[in-house]
Design a protein around this ligand. Structure first.
Ligand code: ADP
Length: 308
């Protein structure tokens, strides 16, 4: 179990990126869903030992990750948002180089380990191809291969599907789901579909705070019978948005198809029909209801600052 307690991160500025995050992440896949700027990467960097928190605790199976990052490093695999590859190296040479940088040793030798890891992420066929010829999905799979070295208990994956086409995304989902059979996989994303496809549980984060910890089915069930869909002419859209809780509005055949949340007992506009809620509706409503952060981004006086 990965546990975070009152995790705070204040960057110089000051910019408060995390405002006291409490989270327990069990084995399996767990999502961290939030818009850009929510604090997801900051959290992932702290967990992977690249950044020190200003205050708070992080433990993995009882081991203190903030005080003893070196003890945990062998149990951690990290796929950052921006992964630096050398385009002219082959996939297998790139992987070997990354493993050497990480200080990975293998009783059977690094060559054999690389071959095993490439097999694991279905890249054996492209082992000798230059990385510059890899598609976005293949690069992400190579990134996962390096993160898997040492068979980590915790795999941290930061926004891995941004930029992948739908087919690559599906393939990458399958790989991640497979990885989560044996370990904790923490997946950070701003894409609701990632969570809907993969995560039995997830936390919604905004302005450095956890807004909700739920599952896709719980989040949808909470909106049961309260979602309606209908058409609104473009000229009336602004006034409609003032009067109703709009979750989504998309153009369809030149007209606004609009989804609204209407609590039981609230009037529903004429022509609107009940529709099953989606995870996107639940997420967008949570974002609408999220309180704005305090005007000052400085830490509160009760928050002890112990460096940045
Ligand atoms: P996300 O990954 O959810 O997009 P980030 O963790 O990258 O969010 O950013 C959270 C907040 O912290 C944002 O307001 C961002 O501008 C700020 N931030 C991130 N990195 C730094 C930094 N190195 N220095 C100052 N502010 C930062």
């Amino acid at each position: 179990m990965l546990s975070l307690r009152n995790l705070v991160k204040v960057y110089p500025g000051p910019v408060t990126a995390l405002r006291g995050v409490d989270l327990d992440v069990p084995k399996g896949m767990f999502g961290l869903l939030g818009p850009n700027g929510a604090g997801k990467s900051t959290l992932m960097k702290i967990l992977s030992g690249l950044l020190e928190p200003t205050s708070g605790e992080v433990t993995l199976d009882g081991l203190d990750l903030v005080r003893h990052p070196e003890a945990l490093r062998p149990h951690l695999g990290y796929l950052p948002q921006e992964f630096g590859f050398y385009p002219y190296l082959s996939g297998q040479d790139m992987l070997r180089y990354l493993l050497e940088l990480k200080g990975v040793t293998a009783p059977q030798g690094l060559k054999a380990l690389c071959a095993q890891l490439l097999e694991r992420v279905n890249l054996t066929f492209a082992a000798k191809r230059k990385v510059k010829e890899y598609s976005g999905g293949m690069r992400q799979r190579l990134g996962i291969a390096q993160a898997l070295a040492g068979d980590p208990k915790l795999l941290i994956v930061d926004e891995p599907t941004a930029g992948l086409d739908p087919e690559e995304r599906q393939r990458f989902y399958r790989l991640l789901a497979e990885m989560a059979h044996e370990r904790t996989v923490l997946l950070s994303t701003h894409i609701v579909e990632d969570v809907a496809m993969l995560c039995p549980r997830f936390a919604v984060i905004r302005h450095g705070r956890v807004m909700a910890i739920t599952s896709p089915s719980e989040a949808k069930a909470a909106l049961h019978d309260t979602l309606f869909e209908g058409t609104v002419p473009p000229a009336g859209m602004a006034a409609f948005q003032q009067a109703h809780r709009v979750t989504q509005a998309v153009l369809f055949e030149g007209k606004n198809r609009v989804r609204i949340h209407a609590a039981p007992g609230t009037p529903v506009p004429p022509g609107f029909e009940r529709t099953p809620p989606t995870l996107e509706d639940a997420y967008l409503l949570l974002m609408k209801d999220a309180p704005e952060p305090p005007a000052s981004t400085a830490p509160t006086p009760s928050t002890p600052a112990v460096g940045t």
